[in-house]
Design a protein around this ligand. Structure first.
Ligand code: ATP
Length: 299
């Protein structure tokens, strides 16, 4: 059966500056199709949580955000959210939380919640405030996955989990999509994104540096490694990104003419660009570092 594709989430030119002047998000676009797992991948402080909070209308922002074609406040009952700061259920234990959730949510599947709580082996009568970080994540995931909604927004859904639970949670996320749901989640762990994301947005310092699938990334970009010996051959030149560490320069290029030219220079090593390399170079170099200049000699 062909998947029905429709736009679940549309974020256009989102900007968020906090009162202290921090520009956490600097004009980004995000689109999520139905039955898609979409990862927002970025290092600490990239602006991922701020983006999710904006989507959920938990902070003021500039730009346009539509969920299911509407402002989020009109469709909140179609969304389940796992926040980064796990404070909501702090003063309750699992049993009390379940009681509250059953009372306030019409879409809460208590049987599913019970199954998940059993799987995560969570204590029933201990205050959630006293849980370890992994246990808190497990509790929040149990409550979130038990909600029968169309869109799951998960901020670091594997935070604090051991490797086995982490893998199982990634599997659970994948399963949601098989059941017809859509997922937007944040991560800074590359293998977690490689494993389940249909599409990813790489975010750094408030900007999106890549959007697309992992396969597209491999097709569109190549990475070139060079040492100081090639300075004279290159001069000032614009690339997608450039980073210099000690005497080694790494360049990412999405321009086929550059690929042809650089590949012909003996001292330059060329490699296919996987997510790991792309992420490392982008994060170390940044998007505005895309000019290879002779001033690199002095750096
Ligand atoms: P992490 O992976 O570490 O959770 P993140 O990608 O989720 O990071 P954000 O939490 O969105 O990043 O933070 C982006 C920037 O905004 C950071 O510089 C952070 O210090 C700043 N920031 C976040 N929340 C606030 C706030 N309430 N007031 C002021 N600045 C904030």
């Amino acid at each position: 059966m062909e998947r029905e594709q429709s736009l679940i989430l549309e974020v256009n030119n989102l900007k968020k500056t906090y009162r202290n002047g921090v520009e956490a998000v600097k004009g980004i676009d995000i689109h999520l199709d139905s039955q898609e797992v979409c990862a927002l991948l970025g290092p600490n402080g990239a602006g991922k949580t701020t983006t999710l909070k904006s989507i959920l209308d938990l902070v003021n922002y500039e730009g346009e955000i539509k969920v299911f074609g509407k402002p989020v406040r009109e469709v909140k009952d179609r969304i389940s959210f796992v926040p980064e700061e796990k404070l909501f259920y702090e003063n309750m234990d699992v049993n009390q939380s379940l009681k509250v959730l059953n009372k306030i949510l019409t879409n809460f599947d208590n049987t599913k919640a019970e199954e998940l709580i059993k799987y995560f082996d969570l204590p029933r009568n201990k205050k959630i405030a006293g849980f370890s970080s992994g246990m808190k994540t497990s509790a929040y995931l149990s409550f979130a996955f038990a909600q029968n909604v169309d869109l799951y927004i998960l901020d670091e859904p594997t935070w604090g989990l051991d490797p086995i639970k982490r893998d199982d949670v990634l599997e659970m996320i994948r399963q949601l999509v098989i059941e017809g749901k859509s997922v937007l989640y944040t991560s800074h762990i590359i293998p977690e994104v490689q494993k389940i994301a249909d599409r990813m947005y790489i975010m750094h310092k408030g900007k999106i540096h890549y959007s697309g699938s992992i396969d597209e990334l491999k097709e569109k970009y190549k990475v070139f490694y060079m040492t100081g010996d090639v300075y004279d051959e290159l001069g000032d030149e614009s690339f997608y990104t450039v980073v210099k560490e000690q005497n080694k320069i790494s360049v990412i290029s999405n321009d086929q003419n550059q690929w042809n030219r650089l590949s012909k220079i003996n001292e330059i090593e060329v490699d296919n660009c996987d997510l790991e390399k792309f992420f490392q170079i982008i994060i170390r170099g940044g998007l505005n570092s895309g000019v290879f200049s002779n001033s690199m000699k002095e750096r």
